[in-house]
Design a protein. Structure first.
Length: 317
């Protein structure tokens, strides 16, 4: 009789009519409590390191001041609807491009979960993370360095409320709104493309090197605070729907040694950098706007341009 019941249950599981045991768990065992995150972290330091069974964030999860959360390579965090991760203490996300940390919603779509928020006076080191399906992929209220991450298909990629962030090797694409809303960031070899808003929308300037900013549905770069500088060098800007660069403040921006695509490059070759370029909004369009210095333009895309290492990066053959 026992053999018949066992074989019958196996047949039903094969047809999908009853559920089998979760991967990585013993038959009949309930989901492990240490794989469900909600409320306020009780431990001073907690490490998530199981790469076989996802962790479920069933409701908002808080890490208080003085406490630490460490997430190891290969870990997956699945966030329930409207859940989020808020850091008031310390966060270490130690993923790699080959073994990334994955943060995603419990269902498909954009804006399912809140995102990861690092509060003022908190500390965070974020590397090798894939973030998708959130309202704000990252919300940063204090200085945080973010490296080798993929932040795609969120409402907004990154919202950073203060100045002097460093973003390196980030792939920020296909977000519904802006890719980055920020004070004064340093972007080193980032790819920002196909976002529904601006590539970078800022109020405190920016320093950009070796990056690709293309095919965003508003402007590639739009900064409007006159008290800060914008520097863009060794980068590729083309195909942003409104402008590749929109200088809404009164200062001159250093945008030398960039590649602007074949059409703009042809105009520059024919008429020089004094020409009013249709892809750039500056003093040539409005007298009280600042200038964009595009001298020493490049005739082709730099050899190393855009994100060099990030989760989901196509492998070179």
């Amino acid at each position: 009789m026992l053999r018949m019941l066992t074989s019958g249950c196996a047949a039903l599981m094969a047809l999908g009519l009853v559920a089998g045991p979760a991967k990585g768990s013993k038959a009949g065992a309930a989901p492990a409590a240490d794989h469900i995150l909600s409320g306020t972290q009780k431990e001073v330091s907690r490490t998530l390191d199981d790469t076989k069974v996802p962790y479920t964030v069933s409701a908002d999860y808080f890490v208080d001041s003085g406490n630490e959360l460490v997430v190891k390579p290969g870990v997956t965090l699945v966030f329930a609807k409207n859940a989020g991760l808020t850091i008031q203490g310390s966060l270490k996300m130690e993923g790699t491009a080959e073994s990334p940390i994955v943060c995603k919603g419990s269902s498909s779509g954009i804006g399912v979960w809140q995102g990861i928020k690092v509060c003022s006076k908190a500390t965070a080191d974020i590397e090798g993370v894939s973030i998708s399906g959130a309202k704000e992929g990252l919300h940063l209220d204090d200085k945080v360095d973010v490296r080798k991450c993929s932040i795609c298909k969120n409402e907004i990629g990154i919202v950073a409320k203060c100045n002097h962030y460093t973003f390196e090797d980030l792939f920020i694409c296909d977000n519904r709104g802006d890719a980055i809303q920020v004070g004064h960031p340093t972007l080193d070899h980032c790819t920002i493309s196909r976002n529904g808003g601006n590539g970078l929308c800022g109020w405190g300037g920016c320093d950009i090197t070796g990056s690709i900013i293309s095919k965003n549905k508003k402007s590639g770069i739009d900064c409007w605070n006159g008290g800060h500088d914008v520097t863009v060098n060794g980068s590729y800007l083309e195909g942003n729907k409104q402008f590749d660069i929109h200088n809404g403040c009164g200062k001159t921006w250093d945008c030398k040694e960039n590649y602007w695509g074949p059409a703009v490059t042809k105009m520059l070759e024919q008429k020089g950098d004094s020409v009013n370029l249709p892809r750039i909004y500056d003093r040539k369009d409005k007298p009280d706007a600042g200038l964009v210095n595009v001298s020493e333009w490049l005739k082709e895309m730099p050899a190393e341009c855009g994100a060099r290492e990030y989760p989901g990066m196509p492998q070179k053959k």
